[in-house]
Write a protein that binds this ligand. Structure first.
Ligand code: SF4
Length: 410
């Protein structure tokens, strides 16, 4: 077994101007512009007020909401049971175009579609739709850019452009549901069953709009799509106070913690937010989340060769989880793409096996994650952890790794 140990700081961040550059955390958006108001930014009572404010009977709010959440219509021109004279006005006031498709790339034999969207102000985000035999999952973006500055992540090097509005996130879901219903992904029509907040951005840093989005996802028609909270996953690199707020929200989504290291020494460099909230504080908050919601917490762990994949770290991770209780967390080790010459490269198969065996021997439920979309270009996410070295001229490019848990029957 190799005794080499590489550090995240061995290579400067993507786009750095000098070799000793370090990523910098930022919580302030560079752009302050707000996305145009959309019907789904509002709750049902506010929708009624908004409809009445343009001189249209309030009951139309319910009708508009049903068109949106039940029939996935985003354009009043298609709402043919509305009086034709009202459609343009309602469209203008409550259905602005929030997402414009720039490109859509297909992978995994048509079972994965990654879409690049342009927002009203030119900012760009991505969402990825993945079909599996027994579920279809959307990975959506919660921010344009990200302020968490993880050195392995291309979005982190962009900094935070701005938070997405509730409408911009919900629209990613509506369009995905429509694509499923039309049979645009895989073989024939299907339903969108799962939503994971693992695209661009740190969702808990966009708290207000995250909450609005979760309400629209889980509430029944006409308030929302009526999805099960069990099928929604919110991922975080470790904003501890926001995890506690999520515990008290009353929407028991799955919490995924992007841990990637069980010791502060390494995690301080790998996940810069660890300088604010240490591993112990983060796992305590994750445990509190489990106690409050009954939902088992997912611990995401990208296995990076010679960096975090040593058996002693697997044991330390198991000890940290076990000392807080049994069966409250599930570990998902994530294999990276092999990228020769980069410090962000795949663990060897034997290191991966030993890591997983160590966890399982210690009684930790562990599932190696499947990756999707690894042959399509660009992307980010909580777990987009591989960096491909394109040339020796320091030009680096992120390789997308969209992650889904591999179930026994797949
Ligand atoms: S990995 Fe996630 S939290 Fe870290 S910089 Fe990238 S998008 Fe932000």
């Amino acid at each position: 077994m190799s005794t080499r140990e590489v550090r995240p700081t061995d290579q400067a961040p993507e786009g750095a101007t000098h070799p000793n550059a370090k990523p910098v955390l930022s919580f302030t958006a560079r752009r302050r512009g707000k996305a145009p108001r959309h019907l789904v930014d509002l709750d049902l009572a506010e929708r009624k007020e908004a409809v009445a404010a343009v001189g249209i009977p309030a009951f139309r709010a319910d009708q508009l909401s049903r068109h949106y959440f039940e029939h996935m219509l985003g354009d009043t021109a298609q709402m043919t049971d509305l009086p034709a004279s009202l459609r343009p006005k309602l469209g203008e006031e409550l259905f602005p175009k929030l997402l414009t498709e720039i490109t859509a790339q297909h992978a995994d034999k048509g079972q994965t579609i990654k879409t690049l969207w342009e927002l009203f102000d030119g900012a760009r985000v991505e969402s990825v739709l993945m079909r599996y035999p027994h579920r279809t999952t959307l990975c959506l973006s919660s921010q344009a850019g990200c302020g968490m500055a993880c050195p392995f992540c291309a979005t982190g090097q962009m900094g935070l452009t701005r938070n997405l509005s509730t409408g911009e996130m919900v629209e990613q879901v509506r369009v995905a549901r429509l694509a499923c219903a039309r049979g645009d992904i895989g073989d024939g029509p299907t339903h969108l069953t799962n939503v994971v907040f693992m695209g661009m951005g740190e969702p808990l840093a966009n708290w207000r709009h995250l909450v609005g989005t979760l309400h629209r996802l889980v509430r029944d028609v006409p308030e929302g799509f009526g999805m099960s909270a069990r099928n929604i996953t919110v991922s975080t690199v470790g904003l501890v106070p926001a995890i506690d707020k999520l515990s008290g929200l009353g929407i028991p989504v799955t919490l995924a913690v992007s841990l990637h290291a069980p010791d502060d020494d390494l995690r301080d460099d790998l996940i810069p937010i660890n300088s604010r909230w240490k591993v112990g504080e983060l796992l305590d908050a994750a445990r509190r989340y489990f106690m409050a919601t009954g939902r088992r917490v997912s611990i995401e762990y990208a296995l990076i060769r010679d960096m975090n994949d040593q058996p002693w770290r697997a044991q330390l991770l198991a000890d940290e989880l076990n000392k807080r209780g049994r069966t409250w967390a599930h570990v998902n080790p994530i294999p990276l793409n092999p990228t020769p010459g980069s410090i962000w490269t795949a663990s060897t198969q034997s290191a991966q096996d030993e890591f997983v065996d160590t966890l399982r021997r210690a009684g930790i439920s562990t599932t190696i994650r499947d990756t999707r979309g690894s042959d399509i270009d660009g992307a980010c996410g909580q777990l987009a952890t591989a960096v491909e070295k394109v040339s020796s001229s320091r030009k680096k490019r992120p390789v997308p790794v969209h992650i889904e848990r591999r179930s026994e029957n797949e």
